[in-house]
Design a protein around this ligand. Sequence first.
Ligand SMILES: [Zn+2]
Length: 335
Amino acid sequence: MSTSLVLSEIDLEADGKRSGYLRVPHSTHRSAYGWLPIPITVIRNAKGPTVLMLAGVHGDEYEGQIALARLAQELEPMDVQGRLIIMCATNAPAAKAGLRVSPIDQGNLNRTFPGDAAGSPTQMIAHYIEEVVLPDCDYLIDLHSGGTSLFYPPTLLRGLGHTPQDAKTLRDLQDAFDLPYAWVFTSGGGPNSTARTAMGAANRKGVVPIMAELGGGGAVSKDILEMTERGLRRVLSRLDMLPGYKPDKPRGTRAMHAEGSVYAHTAGVFEPFKAIGDPVTSGEEVGLVHAIEAVGQSPTPVTSPFTGYVLCKRALGQVVCGDAVFQIAKDADQT
Ligand SMILES: [Zn+2]
């Protein structure tokens, strides 16, 4: 395995609290010896697990970025038992640009793991996380949203676990985060995962991963941000890492399995017939695509191949062939 060229400005091991940058080497016309700054904070005190918390893996997904930046500012070593490694803008060039992918190399970090030590900036970030950071971690919390193009209600994502202990832990973490929805994966995961996501990287390294989809549409929701910040503290409390925090009463989570996405097959403006949470039947018309330039032409119906409920919807009005307009899920106890 190649050695990472990424250099951490801060000690990831020592007790106390430190913030600084991971330096991703990037030699350019205007900065021959330059590096890209990836913000990182470590808070360590006493004995306890190590949790890696990521946001900004996709740069246009914002609630997690705010929640982790605030957590890194607010928590002090005396508040923590164990170690928190907080990266609030994991693919920082993408986060700075407000884009899903890095404007430098077009890299989609959550499709890049295990990365490449000698690759592009996004590949180097993925490699550093998988080969340098994750091997010393116990848990991964990776915060996403629907980004610019999609909108998710606050949804916890997890696997079923490959051991009875993992299964119990994942269910406990889902309950602790206490988001309105949970999307439970029925396949994948485990040490042989080939997923190119941060969650796949965690599974390969024996780290228990959870992920969350927290809104989207390129905006920030006050309510979803509140649920994110509350959920993070509740999860850390569940791991016995925040001894001074007293969780409030749980609100409850609706657990689902994803059936699949509904796609547009023509270009135009999508008119949805469904909202998040609405029931959908296989073969049902769920919207129309209006080809605005085709004068006198009827809109094209979009039908769902799945029965279930709308979990996620497209946030942008315009579509082309191949764009997902809805994601359909079923209650976990119905499948
Ligand atoms: Zn994402």
